[in-house]
Design a protein around this ligand. Structure first.
Ligand SMILES: [Zn+2]
Length: 412
């Protein structure tokens, strides 16, 4: 469960932690304290039960109207409660109501806008968790599956009303089932035998539309170009024993679900360890593993692969275990983590590194059947500067290239 608890291998460089940490460095205590907060709220233990605070009659009336399907009346009351002279918490709850009205009417952009305001007005507590619940629903409906799961899993432990909790658990369970991913027993149990037919449309449209058939004139015969090198160059990956990795602490990792995406990071190390990463990758990897398993008490290093500036590819956490690199359990699920050693806000990745990254991505997408549209820079998934401006730019080019290659293969 530790991986579920300690959700992030490293914080984003420009995220709220301020630095992109992988080494034994200053921001560790901040990282640990934040991770532990996530631990307390996210490990699925029972949070202390508090009674929901009494709410003004008008708010309850509006919620009743909404549940009866009287959207216009509900919106009218919620809007009247949203005026600036009202207390912030009431305005926040009114915005939640307006967001729910928008969801009910299929206006997902409007819903996300109202709920974004609500989130600022209700910065913490159970009402903040309710914002996340509905934001999660709106994101699932708009197809942002990972973001939606992320909101719902964060909301779940802080929700006080039984109905809110079973709704969150139901949404998480059904979505993970749809993805073919493992469902934590906690959610399966909480979802129980509840049925929410109003959600069914969320999962109906996940099947891709059949391709449009377009009449294409027959192409002239193409003479295949002479192969200058094998299509799949042999990829050399330096196994864990090459850097004397210590064994994975299996009690502290969770099995990897089917890999469906890949996320690229930079290590952006503090000066004390940055030079080691370039000079002595093996010693560097051992230091990082010691830090992750010692200070952070994780089961292993967080990334599945690391690439040093000489272009060597190193095996990190074995792929049979879920990584700890993207930010939380939802983001890490089925997500292969690759880190390039270096700081690519400051430097450019070396040509050997870029070449190895391209080969690794090509091999991983081909072996696991992952589409090139499912390769992300860390900043594509969450608020962070990782993997640095230079690497993010390189990554865009690599992904376009992979895209062209796979399109060419399909049309051949
Ligand atoms: Zn990152």
């Amino acid at each position: 469960m530790v991986e579920l608890m300690h959700r992030s291998a490293h914080p984003g460089r420009s995220g709220r932690f301020g630095n992109h940490v992988s080494g034994p460095i200053l921001a560790i205590s901040a990282l640990i304290s934040v991770s532990c907060m996530v631990l307390l709220s996210g490990c699925g233990g029972s949070p202390p039960r508090r009674t929901p605070t009494a709410q003004p009659a008008a708010l309850l009336e509006a919620r009743g109207a909404l549940e009866q399907g009287e959207i216009v009346r509900a919106r009218h009351i919620f809007s009247s409660l949203e005026s600036p002279e009202r207390p912030l918490s009431l305005r926040g709850m009114a915005r939640i109501g307006l967001g729910r009205c928008a969801i009910a009417e299929g206006d997902l952009d409007g819903a996300i806008r109202h709920l974004g305001v609500a989130r600022k007005l209700l910065p913490s507590g159970s009402q903040h968790a309710r914002v996340r619940l509905y934001l999660g629903e709106a994101q699932l409906r708009s197809g942002a599956i990972n973001s939606g799961l992320n909101q719902l899993e964060t909301a779940y432990p802080a929700l006080l009303e039984a109905d809110d909790r079973s709704r969150a658990a139901f949404l998480i369970t059904r979505t993970l089932d749809q993805l073919g991913d493992a469902v934590p027993a906690l959610y399966r149990t909480a979802a129980g035998h509840h049925s929410y037919p109003e959600y069914s449309s969320i999962w109906q449209r996940t099947r891709p539309a059949p391709p449009t058939v377009v009449a294409v004139p027959p192409a002239p015969p193409v003479v295949p170009p002479v192969q200058k090198r094998p299509t799949h160059p042999r990829l050399k990956i330096h196994q864990r024993n090459s850097w004397n990795a210590r064994p994975v602490r299996t009690s502290s990792v969770v099995p990897m679900s089917r890999p469906t995406r890949i996320t690229i990071h930079h290590t952006a190390d503090q000066p004390a360890i940055a030079a080691l990463g370039i000079r002595e990758p093996k010693a560097y990897l051992r230091r990082i593993q010691d830090y992750c398993t010692g200070s952070l008490k994780w089961g292993d290093i967080g990334y599945h692969y690391l690439i040093s500036s000489d272009g060597r590819i190193w095996e990190g956490r074995p792929l049979k275990y879920q990584g700890a690199h993207a930010g939380n359990n939802s983001l890490n699920r089925g997500n292969i983590g690759i880190a390039l050693i270096g700081n690519f806000d400051e430097d450019r990745p070396s040509s050997s590194q870029v070449k190895s990254l391209g080969s690794l991505l090509s091999a991983l997408t081909s072996v696991h059947g992952i589409g090139s549209n499912r390769i992300y820079g860390h900043q594509d998934l969450r608020d962070t500067g990782c993997p640095g401006t230079h690497l993010q730019a390189v990554l865009s080019r690599l992904v376009s290239k992979l895209n062209r290659i796979s399109t060419a293969r399909k049309t051949r």
